[in-house]
Write a protein that binds this ligand. Structure first.
Ligand code: PEP
Length: 255
């Protein structure tokens, strides 16, 4: 299937950066690049920045996302934020299963699946992150590991709901390290994810799925990564905090 028929999505993950005031300023600098884009552009911001960023992006084409959500609608979960809280604010996207959540905060494939359920039930679109560590890559288990993460995360997700899922392939060794996967490595794993999804939902659903690459994508390497046949966009950390670099990446996705 022609890649052009899939939606390219460039999403920024601001991680734990930007106060509400700084966030408004950054989003105002990003809005013009989103306006001219052929692809969808999203920024996933800290919880406290959601309200100001939604206000600053009102009327623009920029999609706004959070970086996680809890699986329960409400309750005794101090410090957590629920999917209904996000959707009631007008948030459209949520990142689930980022490797930093898995590594530092004990997220498991099971809780990733539970969080995805809550997000979908509340009308949110999900950016599901999967990816291997350097050790796992060296052991040659990348494809199996990523297939397992994908299958468990998507447990109970219907074909209709899959339309609100984006999968981001993010090799852990490439995140925030300046070490990027080669375009071939990125494409190979994105293609393997597509074949896993095809085995679960059929080839038409897999062909329509947006699969991003994430891991030190920047203004210089975006062109090559985004021109790969199975790479439909990017999840971008560091470079999404720099409006010029982020705009360059958006341009690369448009080509
Ligand atoms: C990320 O946080 O998802 C990410 C890919 O970060 P970076 O671009 O900084 O490697």
């Amino acid at each position: 299937m022609n890649k052009k028929l899939r939606k390219a999505v460039i999403a920024g993950n601001w991680k734990m950066n930007k106060t509400p005031e700084e966030a408004k300023e950054l989003v105002r600098a990003i809005v013009p690049a989103a306006k001219d884009a052929d692809c969808d552009v999203v920024v996933c911001v800290p919880y406290v920045d959601l309200f100001p960023v939604l206000e600053a992006a009102k009327g623009s084409k920029l999609g706004i996302g959070a970086q996680n959500c809890h699986w329960a609608p409400s309750g005794a979960f101090t410090g957590e934020v629920s999917a209904p809280m996000l959707s009631s604010m007008g948030v459209q996207y949520v990142i689930i299963g980022h490797s930093e959540r898995r590594t530092y905060f004990g997220e498991t494939d099971k809780t990733v699946n539970q969080r995805i359920r809550a997000a979908l039930d509340n009308g949110l679109s999900v950016i599901l992150c999967v990816g291997e560590s350097l050790e796992q890559r060296e052991q040659g288990v990348t494809a199996e590991l990523v297939a397992m993460q994908t299958k468990i995360a998507l447990g109970g997700v219907s074909g209709e709901e899959l339309k609100r899922i984006i999968i981001a392939y993010e090799p852990i060794w490439a995140i925030g390290t300046g070490k990027t996967a080669t375009a071939e490595q990125a494409n190979e794993v994105c293609a393997s994810i597509r074949s896993t999804v095809s085995s679960l939902y059929g080839s038409a659903a897999a062909d329509a799925l947006t699969i991003q690459y994430g891991g030190s994508m920047n203004a210089k390497n975006a062109d090559e990564l985004l021109s790969q046949p199975d790479v439909d966009g990017g999840l971008i950390g560091g470079a999404s905090l720099k409006p010029d670099a982020f705009a360059q990446i958006i341009k690369a996705a448009n080509r």
